[in-house]
Design a protein around this ligand. Structure first.
Ligand code: ATP
Ligand code: MG
Length: 439
């Protein structure tokens, strides 16, 4: 992509409305613009990141045996009356009336819709287990939308729902998601620690929030130091018993402030291996048994022909929140530092002197060859000062910069800079493509 033709409205000044670094940087890097409180437009650069995160989430959900569907954003209130949640949900739900005076709502979550799909289409224990997920927009009329995409009103979520014949099956589904989440966040270059969370009225040990440690996080969290660097499972056989793998993680203390008990013997024994920190919730996995299947009659015929009400769980990931959370975890004074796996482009190509014949030709040649090699390049071909170009490229945080100017070319050299480390290498233009292909 040529920057001269790209909508990238970067800002030099810090926008006054942004209180935390990720919000400031997303505005300054031209990734998003606010439309109304907690509602954003994703501009081209921001959308590329959102899509890459979404794709990692999708691949890991698919690998764990879930199937993607797409449910409506606008839902019928009748279904929510069946589950009993229509009156309970409160003001976070945006209620809508259509022209025929029917009560509708913009979905804040999809348990009712997916349970309805399930009960209409799955009738036998032979068709279990099932996991159905979508990656779609939710609306919650949050009292205080803030911190940009971190707490929006309209936001992109991956929500997965599991259906099993019995509790043992539900536990297996839960474990699959537990491991899939570890892998998902690790692939994005962030550490998200699973922490015991409130299990609601049904209780039990199957509720975990996945939390990225960051000073600006909204949740207070407590965990064993060893969790911070614990390596994530690389190859996983999702058909195997995953309980031992999950136990390795849950054996180490980790709890959000709602669940944390400083007086408990377990916590006292931790001494200074206990970290007290703040964190950003990027995912939540949750077993809720028959909470929806009971009132909504999601029933299958069991092996003996008797009807069985299915066990369910739900598993959310804040896809749009992750864009902000990754920036909170990966930035410096100059701007964003994208992990390679979610970067909007791999390489920023900087032309230091537009109009100079050799510089132009070298840039054009590199631009073509990099793209042919399958490397995503953003080419800054604008007639701006070098200083402004360096600042903009650091701000938007692409992992690699290729800097081309007449002075270097006199010696047959261009510069390759790594955004994260600041390391610079002088290479011949011919060597650049191989260098970046083997990055
Ligand atoms: P929170 O406690 O942050 O309000 P929640 O418990 O309401 O989150 P869930 O219903 O479990 O969230 O939703 C799944 C995921 O969606 C959360 O883990 C979070 O990452 C994301 N999420 C929830 N609310 C928002 C929001 N207002 N803006 C952006 N992402 C959100
Ligand atoms: Mg909430």
């Amino acid at each position: 992509m040529r920057l001269s033709a790209y909508l990238l409205p970067t800002l030099k000044e810090n926008p006054a409305e942004a209180q935390i670094v990720s919000h400031r940087l997303m505005l300054r890097a031209g990734m998003i613009r606010q439309h109304a409180a907690g509602i954003y437009t994703w501009l081209p650069l921001g959308l590329r990141v959102l899509r890459r995160i979404e794709q990692i989430v999708r691949e890991e959900q698919d690998a764990a045996g879930a199937q993607e569907i797409l449910m409506p954003t606008i839902q019928s209130a009748d279904l929510w009356r069946e589950s009993g949640r229509y009156e309970d949900y409160g003001k976070e739900m945006l209620r809508i009336t259509d022209r025929h005076d029917r009560a509708m709502l913009y979905g804040p979550t999809h348990e009712e819709v997916v349970t309805d799909i399930f009960r209409q289409n799955v009738k036998s224990y032979r068709d279990l287990p099932r996991m159905l997920y979508q990656i779609h927009w939710k609306f919650r009329d949050e009292v205080r939308p803030r911190f940009g995409v971190m707490r929006g009103r309209e936001f992109l979520m991956k929500d997965n729902y599991s259906f099993d014949l019995d509790h043992a099956g539900a536990r297996r589904a839960y474990h699959r998601m537990f491991i899939a989440y570890l892998r998902t966040f690790a692939r994005m270059g962030v550490k998200a620690i699973p922490m015991r969370a409130d299990a609601g009225p049904i209780g039990g040990d199957m509720s975990h929030e996945f939390i990225i440690l960051a000073a600006t996080g909204e949740s207070g969290v407590f965990c064993h130091r060893a969790l911070v660097d614990k390596p994530v499972p690389e190859k996983v056989d999702y058909t195997a018993d995953l309980q031992p793998l999950v136990d390795e993680w849950t054996a180490l203390y980790a709890a959000t402030d709602e669940k944390h008990d400083p007086q408990s013997e377990q916590v006292k024994a931790l001494g200074d291996t206990l970290i007290a920190a703040r964190g950003i919730e990027v995912g939540h996995i949750f077993h809720f048994g028959r909470k929806y299947s009971d009132p909504m009659k999601a029933v299958v015929a069991g092996p003996d022909g008797e009807p069985v009400t299915v066990e369910m769980g739900s598993y959310g990931i804040g896809v749009s929140r992750l864009v902000g959370a990754i920036i909170e975890a990966s930035h410096d004074e100059a701007g964003i530092i994208w992990p390679e796996s979610v970067a909007p482009f791999a390489v920023g190509l900087i032309n230091l002197k537009t109009g100079d014949a050799l510089t132009e030709a070298t840039c054009q040649n590199l631009y073509d060859r990099l793209q042919r090699a399958g490397v995503d390049v953003l080419y800054d071909d604008r007639p701006d000062r070098a200083g402004a170009k360096f600042a903009a490229m650091d701000l938007i945080g692409l992992p690699w910069q290729v800097i081309v100017g007449p002075k270097g070319l006199e010696h047959g050299r261009v510069e390759v800079k790594n955004r994260a480390t600041g390391a610079r290498e002088d290479l011949s233009p011919e060597a650049v493509v191989d260098r970046l292909r083997s990055r």
